[in-house]
Design a protein around this ligand. Structure first.
Ligand code: URA
Length: 433
């Protein structure tokens, strides 16, 4: 077998067999297949697609390209969640302690932000002292002791995905269903989950821009889940505008902490309840989704979920006084008002552009090794469907560079689309599959 034949086969719209896919993944991970050969094959997959069997074989091969985490000590219902990426998405920070407060083990590895999307690990690291880089033994021990641990992808999990993902980013092959589905599912399988709840984002701030695409991605991941015997549920959520009001690292942590203290933005609440209710169901602790949502709200109201967050942060070396008093978090030097240039109803706030703007202020990174500024970002005051008067504050820009801050004010003013005719709030949960 050789890589040239494999590339030619996919180029000619033929189906790759298991051995060919395994060969490619093994040899690319080892460095025997070059980046340009891998790029050619990835582009051929992007253009000609893959059938379910090929996608499943690709997923399993990528999952086995590095270490496989064994979480079987926690039983057969190890539930994990993953989002296909978005702007203002702080759901894991909120949902992980809620789920752990039900006694469901949460052993979660999260990613860093890249491009216009944020990453949970960058957000967590804005809590002074919080350590995201611990050994696998400590990680498992934490889950045994307090039922929860949240860490970064420090282990050698699915290294083939890391390489292919980075490559896709450089050759315009990010928005491909077989490639996204195998990327996500391989990481979840390698991380030891046997039940998976996926937040499939849909809209301008997501890889899947339309409902039809999001539905197709969901169905593909569900089929891979079935073939890999991992029960999978996909919740399709709206990513036309950012989720919640805060975009930026410590700004999002503050919004997440406030949520657990019962200050819950409606759209964030809907996503947390929907994903959480299915996680509880998959964990075998409640069949009724609506009842599960009420139980989640009770965990927030009783303060149990917030206490779990405190336990988690303390256990991983973080300073919990920042959670008790979020005013302690460092603030950006300049907090600038963004005022409406006309009165009317908000028609749209394109999530992708807001994410890019937050990145421009320093909240994100272009290359993996870039440092990030945890204090900068954007706080929205108005969302789609809201009414504004001329000159009313739409949002605040948090910047450490005055010039960039001023430029961001102008840009955000243009991103906000305002019209005279009445507009509707966006529907947050689009579908469950
Ligand atoms: N998230 C992932 O982990 N992989 C993708 O390909 C897209 C989103």
């Amino acid at each position: 077998m050789n890589i040239l034949e494999i590339i030619a086969k996919k180029r000619d719209k033929k189906i790759l067999d298991k051995e060919e896919i395994e060969y490619f993944i093994k040899e690319y991970t080892n460095g025997n297949v070059t980046d340009y050969q891998a790029a050619a094959l990835v582009m051929a997959i992007y253009i000609n697609g893959m059938n379910d069997e090929e996608i499943t074989n690709l997923t399993i091969a990528m999952a086995h390209s590095g270490e496989m985490l064994d979480l079987s000590v926690f039983g057969r219902n190890v539930v994990d969640k993953h989002s296909t990426g978005g702007v203002g998405d702080k759901v894991t920070l909120i949902l992980a302690p809620i789920i752990a407060s039900f006694g469901i083990p949460v052993a979660k590895m999260s990613g860093r932000g890249l491009g216009f999307t944020g990453g949970t690990i960058d957000k967590l690291e804005s809590i002074p002292g919080y350590c995201t880089n611990i050994s696998i033994e400590e990680f498992v021990e934490n889950v045994k002791n307090i039922g929860i641990s949240l860490i970064g992808q420090t282990l050698n999990l699915a290294p083939a995905d890391k390489k292919i993902y980075a490559l896709r980013d450089t050759i315009s092959c990010t928005d491909s269903i077989p490639l996204i589905a195998s990327s996500i599912m391989s990481k979840k399988i390698a991380a030891g989950a046997n039940k998976i709840v996926l937040d499939v984002t849909c809209g301008s701030g997501a890889f899947m821009q339309t409902y039809e695409e999001a539905k197709m991605l969901s169905e593909t991941m569900n089929r891979i889940g079935k073939l890999a015997t991992k029960e999978t549920v996909c919740v399709i959520t709206n990513m036309e505008e950012p989720l919640g009001y805060a975009i930026g690292n410590n700004l999002e942590v503050i919004e997440a902490v406030k949520f657990l203290k019962q200050d819950m933005p409606e759209d964030v609440k809907e996503v947390v309840l929907e994903l959480g209710a299915y996680m509880i169901k998959l964990a075998g602790l409640g069949e009724n989704i609506e009842e599960n949502k009420q139980r989640i709200l009770e965990k927030v109201r009783s303060g149990e979920a917030y206490q779990k967050l405190i336990e988690l942060v303390k256990n991983q070396g973080g300073d919990t006084t920042y959670l008790d008093d979020t005013n302690q978090f460092a603030k950006a030097k300049y907090i600038l008002e963004v005022k409406a240039k006309q009165g009317g109803y908000i028609a749209s706030i394109a999530a992708r552009q807001v994410g890019e703007l937050s990145g421009y202020l320093g909240a994100g990174r272009v290359r993996k090794e870039d440092p990030i500024d945890e204090t900068v970002g954007i706080i929205l005051k108005k969302k789609t469907g809201d009414f504004v008067q001329l000159g009313e504050v739409l949002a605040y820009i948090h910047a450490n560079d005055e010039e960039k801050g001023k430029k961001a004010v102008e840009e955000l003013q243009n991103i906000y689309q305002i019209q005279v005719e009445k507009t509707q709030k966006l529907k947050t949960i689009i579908d469950v599959r």
